[in-house]
Design a protein around this ligand. Structure first.
Ligand code: GRF
Length: 197
């Protein structure tokens, strides 16, 4: 059994899709939901699905490695960031090298980096009159949105699109692809063979 920890601090629509995708599986399970917001709606989704939740605070996350002990308790193999805005500390990037992924709502390397999240991304795409946008699933390193790209999917931006309609199209793409890409990665022999800690 492979165990996933999802980090999410927003609405959690991606987390919900991932949880649903693996719900009845015997080989892959979402075993922990981590958030830095005690009132994030995504926590309710986790509870409804019987998934343990962990609220982290900045000091502990950056100045201790406690979370690795907790990951050990839950036998976490793979980490998915789905709407988590904090930079991942080096100790965690190292411990999960090649086993920690993020989804970004644009075609990186365009429209990435600090401050480029949520509607800021879609407003920038709109302002620049891009004719296409999309999603990027990438490995996570110590820099915002700079890890190696694993997968991208594109959608056209029409002249009558608004930042809101762009956001909707992009979110649909995320929901369609993210669970499947996570599944593919979990079947990758490199991830399979990775020793725990
Ligand atoms: C998504 O757009 C994702 O690309 C970004 O954060 C957003 C999370 O949305 N990293 P949701 O909370 O999953 O609805």
């Amino acid at each position: 059994m492979k165990h996933i920890a999802i980090f999410a601090s927003g609405t959690g629509s991606n987390a919900k899709k991932i949880i649903g995708h693996f719900k009845h599986r015997r080989d892959i399970s979402v075993s922990l939901l981590v958030s830095n917001k005690a009132n994030a709606p995504v926590l309710e989704t986790a509870r409804e699905n019987g998934i343990p939740t962990l609220i982290i605070d900045r000091r502990n996350f950056y100045h201790s490695e406690d979370i690795l002990k907790i990951f050990n308790q839950y036998s976490i193999d793979f980490v998915v960031l789905a709407g988590f805005l904090w930079l991942v500390p080096t100790y965690l990037v190292r411990a999960f090298e090649g086993r920690i992924v993020n989804i970004h709502p644009a075609l990186l390397p365009k429209y990435g980096g600090q401050g480029m999240y949520g509607m800021h991304v879609h407003e920038a795409v709109f302002k620049n009159k891009e004719t296409e946008t999309g999603i990027t699933i990438h490995y996570v390193n110590e820099h915002y949105d700079e890890g190696a790209i694993i997968f991208q999917a594109r959608c056209p931006v029409a002249p009558d699109d608004t930042p809101q309609t762009i956001a909707k199209k992009v979110l649909e793409l995320e929901h369609r692809h993210f669970p499947q890409i996570i599944e593919t990665l979990l079947h990758d022999p490199a991830v399979q063979a990775h020793p725990k800690y």
